[in-house]
Design a protein around this ligand. Sequence first.
Ligand SMILES: [Fe+2]
Length: 398
Amino acid sequence: MDAADVPGSSVLMDSPRTIVGVRAAELAAEVVTGAAGTTAPRVLVTAGSGFALRSWSAPLLAALGSFPLHTVVQSGLPTPESVALLAHQVRAHRADVVVTIGGGSVMDAGKAAAALSVTSDPTPESVVRMCREGAGAQGVPPIIALPTTPGTGAEATPFATIWHRDRGRKLSLRGSALLPATAVLDPDLLVGLPAPHLVSCLLDTLAQGLEGAWSIRADERSEWLGATALALLADLLDRPHDNLDATQRHAALLAGHLAGRAIAIAGTTVCHAMSYSLTLRHGLSHGHACGVTLAAVLRYNALVDDDCTDPRGALRVRGAIDKAVQATGLDGVETLARKIEGLARSPALPPVPDIRRDATRIATEALAYDRAGNNPRRVDVAALTRLLARTAERDYAR
Ligand SMILES: [Fe+2]
């Protein structure tokens, strides 16, 4: 893909520097020294709990073996406590560069810990404060991101999600320091990814691609990025989701990255806003939680008219949705919505709990997140409750 293909901007040449389709181990040392600006950088690697079991982990660590290296395994969703602990480890190692290898949670933890590591005594309270006040860039070690799942796009965004379970709420950390200096997209890092993770990530990509296109903050670039992500995923929607071949892994990884870039521009909307309660209260993985309402929200937003919240008007919104649908090669909104529903009900995913009795609370909590205001068609508690109920009825009225 050529940056010149992107309308109005050389968006693929913007930060992060993105390297696509290479073997990460072959470039790791060069990428690390380039980002750190020194020939012997101190490197902190943070990776997911399955890291040691993956066939590519040993060569990747060996490639970095000539540097002072400290590896930290990060499991579970990032919390104020886990981010503060990781920030202490970044400080203790005096890391010149932080390398995050994993899915969205691992990358978000590494990004947040790097930003917090400039604080003399990182604490869970300082994480919460930084989420409120924003992250400064001064002195933050550069971040290199190597995604091992194809969907969150965390390697392309200047924000991280922190889960504050005590308060039953998701926190957002934002700041330019969180944007990785380099993203390495190596499709081989997806080898061995379990089908439930893959399907969840594909749903996250679909949600981020569509939301990045229809958001009231969308522009020509994010519409293109979102539509291109959907085009890359079109052939993956109906097939079994294990043992992707090299071409399919490449397409899925690139789609996730482009959709991540789309939301870095446009933000997400009500699918993501509703997802946080579905994750915190009902245990759905992030992508599953976003994908479960996506078909209903797609149908709802496609009918935007006088209730449009985008000052550019309903035609802009319907045009962006049409472009995204056309990119998939499908014949209309309803066909795409049915494909999305099929993926969200994949046997690879756990069954969705019956959320009908909790729909009003989920809707109310969703509207408290700023991103709900990015939705291009007006929503209120009643509208979101109806969308959630409609989603659940399709699952439970069968
Ligand atoms: Fe997401």
